[in-house]
Ligand binder design. Structure first.
Ligand SMILES: [Zn+2]
Length: 397
């Protein structure tokens, strides 16, 4: 039997080799051959193919044992750029990042999601042009655009699905609109999923099982399972806001049900509870200011919301067995009150096997979580072994 020509076989595995190198550790050809168990010639051909794409670059020389020192190669995150956009209800933030998800430059501006998709996406396209210009990069260096929006999204098509606070966006083909200007992959997801990806990439990259919970005007979760974002059948996984909270009063929710978690433990629910005892807090940031200023009724109300969220999360811990629960969103800025309430119930209710390794911590990435997560979503999509091999094949033909 005649073997496959060595060069074709070698080059088709270049994408796989790149996965090894994405930790940004420089390695020589000999080190790569030892690591992969492949022949030196095969490694050499794959390294050459990756060098031609720019994704791999020489990175200094290794110590020599005599003769010419061997060259080390490392993943080159500056080879291309990515756009990550975090579209909120009243504010938009767009970052240009490198292939590690590190922002190179970013622009944040007020916007109104209710202006509809045409106005908002035209702003996104114009902002992308401004960022490319600021960074001195060309549109052809862009490998993709990731967009987070404040509502449910069918991830496979990039279309928002009946988003409650986004009039005019239902079923709108977001990728098609953006691709009229930039012919690159355009991926869309809800804001909580991209925050989960951002927080995972920046603060907990080695954690395989993580639950990110956003507590703000709404409540939602992003699930990282086996190191990957888990979206469910139609992208609705993690929609914790409309889970019935155990022992909750029959408060009417915006979704039409009663006793939803969001109706009893979100920012507006805390404001309402405080108003009943004559403490005024019109917005989430008012609540945070009160708690930080030492207002005891406000701290108690936030802690109680934390306990209520903890009741639902105790069930999640039994189902998912996460290593880390990250609490983010504007109410997480209220310091320890919210997290203390969550911890109290989760550690009290869950079995020791599940809580033995479990940490419950505050988000650390802050306002950048969204843009970094949106860029990470694109990078994970574009740099798979198969897609890198395809790009090499296309550039060679
Ligand atoms: Zn509801």
């Amino acid at each position: 039997m005649r073997p496959e020509p060595a060069s074709a076989y070698a080059v088709s595995g270049a994408g796989e080799l790149l996965q090894l190198l994405r930790d940004e550790t420089p390695r020589t050809r000999a080190e790569l051959a030892k690591l992969t168990g492949l022949a030196r010639s095969t490694v050499g051909a794959r390294v050459d193919a990756l060098l031609a794409t720019g994704l791999l670059a020489p990175s200094g020389e290794a110590a020599s044992t005599g003769g010419r020192p061997p060259v080390r190669f490392a993943f080159n995150p500056e080879a291309r750029v990515v756009v990550g956009a975090d579209i909120g209800a009243t504010h938009g933030r767009v970052a240009l990042t490198d292939l590690s998800g590190r922002p190179v430059c970013e622009i944040g501006e007020p916007l109104d999601i209710t202006d509809g998709p045409a106005v908002v996406l035209d702003w996104l396209v114009a902002t992308t042009h401004r960022l490319l210009e600021q960074a001195g990069r060309q549109p052809r260096e862009l490998i993709g655009i990731g967009i987070g929006v404040p509502g449910p999204v069918e991830h496979s098509s990039g279309r928002p699905m009946r988003p409650p606070i986004m009039p005019g966006w239902d079923g709108y083909d977001v990728p098609a609109h953006v691709r009229r200007e930039f012919d690159v992959p355009v991926l869309v997801d809800n804001d909580v999923n991209i925050m989960a990806l951002g927080e995972h990439a920046m603060a907990h990259p080695d954690v395989e099982h993580l639950l990110f919970v956003k507590v703000a005007t709404g409540i939602g979760a992003g699930i990282i399972s086996g190191g990957r974002l888990h979206r469910g059948a139609v992208g609705a996984a993690g929609d914790l806001g409309h889970v019935a909270a155990p022992h909750a009063p029959d408060v009417l929710c915006s979704c039409g049900n009663v006793g939803c978690l969001e109706a009893v433990a979100s920012g507006p629910a805390i404001s309402k509870a405080l108003k009943e005892i004559d403490v005024l807090a019109a917005s989430n940031s008012d609540i945070v200011d009160l708690v930080r200023g030492g207002n005891i009724p406000a701290a108690l109300a936030v802690r109680q919301a934390g306990r209520t969220i903890g009741e639902v999360l105790a069930t999640c811990v039994s189902l998912l067995n996460p290593q880390v629960i990250v609490i983010g969103g504007s109410l997480a800025q209220a310091g320890e009150s919210l997290i203390a309430g969550v911890r109290e119930v989760v550690y009290g209710r869950s079995l020791p096997l599940a809580t033995g390794v479990l940490q419950i911590v505050a988000a650390t990435t802050g306002v950048q979580a969204g843009v970094i997560g949106a860029a990470t979503m694109v990078i994970q999509h574009a740099l798979t072994a198969d897609r890198v091999d395809l790009a090499i094949a296309q550039s060679a033909s």
